[in-house]
Structure formats: structure tokens, C-alpha cells
Design a protein around this ligand. Structure first.
Ligand SMILES: CC1=C(O)/C(=C\N=C(/Cc2ccccc2)C(=O)O)C(COP(=O)(O)O)=CN1
Length: 456
């Protein structure tokens, strides 16, 4: 099989700072062993997140110059609205500054005190907005999603029995919508199959319950359907995407991932009444329904990014690059979530650092050790990110204790992936020298952003 390369060439570069180990040790201590608190200039290969860190194209940069900054009725808004309607298929669109903006609107519009919001595994900000409005998140993802070693093609699938049980227990009137994430970030960037999307939608329609997608990485999800699901191999990504969205009533979208922009998002739906109510609310939180927390130039860039994201060559390269890193680590016997996800490789820090217990924050310790070893910044996705139970105050103990190596889109080459792989493999060889951490400062909410640690 002939080897392939990036379907783009490089026009501008950002020189990277390469620190000595001593300099990285100092930076690590200054950041309280929390990669969120590292300064970007002290980071060599930044795999903290794929959110907002993606490279824009010359078309998108050029579009910035024609941003229409009119307060109302911006030309740039109509371009963005058109792109969302064409690519996602929804009737109505509200612009927001990023995904959280849409989550805030949706939860305020649809979640009331005492409601239950089922979803295929939690995501931090999504759950936060549901809880802020008095809802309780209920995990209805298939059991396998919580097990790093189980290789399942569509590990993000909804477990229909769990959903039926919840509907029977609490009643459809207590379920404002089902939140279906495509892909599932906290399961390791795992996709949902078209069959499962269809079945979930049919079940919800029977009970008059809306299905709202978290569409943040929906194009990656479409690629996995093309690759793994019977009957989609020869279908262009854009058609798979439209079919996916036909099994939903609306979505929240963080443009900072699959829409290839540094800021931006939207809330979309087919229901006119919900649209009317969201137009009022968007004025309170995001600005006008024709700019929603974005400048005209941002909307221009996102409209272009939405079209670029469904290019079959682009998305194939994107997924293959993540897999290129993942397969090197798998071949080296590194414990990680399988199969490799769409946007990241998730190291299984519990298995990697099997000499540490959970209260020594294995994922946090591994992320710190990785930065010290090679200047690669990763993100803790384990007990620290899971926070505390809002009733009992006890630490939530998620089954998955992960370090996420998140690959931004169109930014790094496979040479960077090789540097990351060598560092992880070297760390694994010396893993029993990695010490656990104690938490010296714990913020009251979303503690992972600002918590500080030191070696225990
Ligand atoms: C599935 C999904 C996401 O992954 C997502 C953001 N992800 C992020 C950014 C992030 C957010 C909170 C804590 C740590 C990192 C990621 O690093 O993975 C949002 C919010 O979107 P927003 O950031 O544009 O507000 C909604 N859904």
C-alpha cells in the first residue's frame, strides 16, 4: 500500500521553544505539577487539547479580512448560518462564542429542577450546565466504554436498555433531552454507530423525548462510521454526517474542534418554538442572534472551517495521524485505551503506574513526568478531572484514570508523533521511578484547571 502524506503544505510556521530538563523542572514546580498551569512558551509539543489549537487554512486567514462587523444582520453571519444548514442539516442556528455558550443556552432552555439528563458518558462542562439548572446527569453509555482494554468498534454507543430503564423509572416528562456525544471524549474519543444513533432516536421519538447531539467531534465520528460500519465505505463524509444529524433534534457545537477555528460555536435545532426562545436568551448571554459572542471575522473563518472539515482527504489524514501515534505505543505494550480514539491517544495511567494508588493521582503524576521528560504537554483525565460528588463531597472515582495525548488538527507532523512515542516508551521503561503526588491546593469547582500538587 502506497504511503500518503498531509493533504496540505506549510506556508507559515511557529518556531518552538526547546527547554533543557532543568528549565522544565523549574517550570513544572512553578505550575504546581499541573500541566494546565504551564506557560505555552515552556511547552515543546502541546497535546493538552485539540480545542481551539487547530491550524487555520489560508482561505480562513484570508476570510478574516472580509469579516462584516455590523452589529445586526452581518453578512458573515449569513455565511455561517448557510454552512451549518448545508453541512449539519438543521433548520435553525444560534451562534455562540464556543461550545459552553451553547450548553448554557440549551440547559437553561430545557433543563428544570429535578430533571434527569441521560448521556453517553459525562463531559465536564456539559454536566456542569445540566447540574447548574437542577438536572442530574445519568450515564447511559455501554459498559465497555468504561473499560480501556475492551476493543469495540463503537465504544461510545448508547445502551438502549439503560435508557429504557431510566425512562420507565423517572418518566419521559422528567427527561428534557438525551445528550448523545459524537464522539465520546471521556471514553477516549470513541464513536457512536449509525445504527445506534437511529435506534436511540426511534426510542426517544416514541416517548416524545428530544435527542440533542454534542457535535463537537462529529466529523471524526462520521469517519469511523465510513471505516467500520457496513454500507458506508463508499459514502462521502458529508453524506454520512447529514444522515447522522437526521437522527437528532438539534445539537450544541464547539467550533474549536471539528470546525477548525480557534473560537466559536453554535446551538442548532429543528424546533421553531425552541429557536424563538433561544433567540431571546442568546441576547442575554452571547450578544445578538447574528454574532453570538464572535466577531464577524470569526464567523467567516468558521463558515470556511465547516466546509474544510468535511473534505475526505483532510479527515482521513487527521484520523490516521492519531492512529500513527497510538499504534506505536500499542506495539510497545503501553497500557492505553483501545481502540485509538479520533482526536487523542489516552494512556491508562492506572495500569502505567500500577505502584500508585488513586489518591496519589496517577494520571496527574504521569502527565507531569511526561512534560519533564520531553516538554510534551498532556491533559489529566482521571480522578482530578472527575471532581467531587455534589451531594456527598467525596471524590468521584471514575474507572478510567487517563492521560490524554490530544492531537491538534493540521498542526504537527508525524516526526512530532515519533518524539512523543519515544518519550512515553522511555517513561514506561522507568515507570516505577515516577512518584505519586499530593494535592496542595484544591479549588472549589472544576478543580483540575487550578489545583496544585507536589511529589509525595
Ligand atoms: C465533548 C465536548 C468537549 O470536548 C468540550 C470541550 N473540550 C475540551 C476543552 C476543555 C473543556 C473543559 C475542561 C477541559 C478541557 C477538551 O479539551 O476536550 C465541550 C465544550 O466546548 P468549549 O470548550 O468550546 O466550550 C463540549 N463538549
Amino acid at each position: 500500500k502506497r504511503r500518503t502524506a498531509e493533504p496540505y503544505k506549510i506556508k507559515a510556521v511557529e518556531p518552538l521553544n526547546i527547554l533543557t530538563r532543568e528549565e522544565r523542572q523549574k517550570a513544572l514546580e512553578k505550575s504546581g505539577y499541573n500541566t494546565f498551569l504551564l506557560d505555552s512558551e515552556d511547552v515543546y509539543i502541546d497535546l493538552l487539547t485539540d480545542s481551539g489549537t487547530n491550524a487555520m487554512s489560508d482561505q480562513q486567514w484570508g476570510a478574516l479580512m472580509v469579516g462584516d462587523e455590523a452589529y445586526a444582520g452581518s453578512k458573515s453571519w449569513y455565511k455561517l448560518e448557510k454552512a451549518v444548514r448545508e453541512v449539519y442539516g438543521y433548520k435553525y442556528v444560534l451562534p455562540t462564542h464556543q461550545g459552553r455558550g451553547a450548553e448554557n443556552l440549551l440547559s437553561q432552555l430545557k433543563v428544570k429542577e429535578g430533571d434527569y439528563v441521560p448521556g453517553n458518558m459525562y463531559f465536564t462542562t456539559t454536566r456542569a450546565h445540566q447540574e447548574l439548572n437542577g438536572g442530574t446527569f445519568v450515564d447511559v453509555v455501554i459498559d465497555e466504554a468504561h473499560d480501556p482494554d475492551v476493543e469495540v468498534d463503537f465504544k461510545g454507543n448508547v445502551d438502549l436498555n439503560k435508557l429504557k430503564t431510566l425512562i420507565a423509572e423517572v418518566g419521559a416528562e422528567s427527561i428534557p433531552y438525551v445528550c448523545v456525544a459524537v464522539t465520546v471524549n471521556m471514553a477516549g474519543g470513541q464513536p457512536v454507530s449509525m445504527d445506534n444513533l437511529r435506534e436511540t432516536y426511534d426510542l426517544c421519538q416514541k416517548h416524545g423525548i428530544d435527542v440533542m447531539y454534542d457535535a463537537t467531534r462529529c466529523v471524526e465520528n462520521a469517519y469511523f462510521i465510513k471505516e467500520r460500519e457496513q454500507g458506508y465505505q463508499n459514502m462521502p463524509i458529508k453524506d454520512i454526517l447529514l444522515e447522522m444529524f437526521s437522527y437528532s433534534d438539534g445539537c450544541t457545537m464547539s467550533g474549536k474542534k471539528d470546525a477548525l477555528v480557534n473560537i466559536g460555536g453554535f446551538l442548532a435545532m429543528n424546533d421553531e418554538e425552541l429557536y424563538t426562545r433561544s433567540r431571546e436568551l442568546v441576547v442575554v448571554y452571547e450578544g445578538m442572534p447574528s454574532y453570538g459572542g464572535m466577531a464577524g471575522r470569526d464567523m467567516e473563518a468558521m463558515a470556511k472551517g465547516i466546509y474544510e472539515s468535511i473534505d475526505d482527504h483532510y479527515i482521513e489524514h487527521r484520523i490516521q495521524q492519531v492512529r500513527y501515534l497510538g499504534e506505536q505505543l500499542m506495539d510497545a505494550g503501553i497500557p492505553m485505551v483501545r481502540p485509538v480514539g479520533g482526536h487523542a491517544v489516552y494512556l491508562d495511567a492506572k495500569a502505567f503506574l500500577d505502584h500508585l494508588d488513586r489518591e496519589q493521582y496517577p494520571a496527574q503524576a504521569l502527565a507531569a513526568a511526561l512534560y519533564l521528560d520531553s516538554g510534551v504537554r498532556a491533559m489529566e483525565r482521571g480522578i482530578v478531572s472527575a471532581g467531587r460528588n455534589k451531594e456527598t463531597g467525596e471524590n468521584n472515582i471514575p474507572k478510567l484514570e487517563m492521560v490524554r495525548l490530544t492531537i491538534p488538527r493540521r498542526v504537527y507532523t508525524n516526526n512530532h508523533m515519533d518524539v512523543v512515542a519515544d518519550s512515553v516508551i522511555e517513561l514506561y521503561r522507568k515507570r516505577h521511578q515516577i512518584k505519586g503526588l499530593k494535592m496542595d491546593y484544591e479549588p472549589p469547582t472544576l478543580r483540575f484547571f487550578n489545583a496544585r500538587f507536589s511529589p509525595k
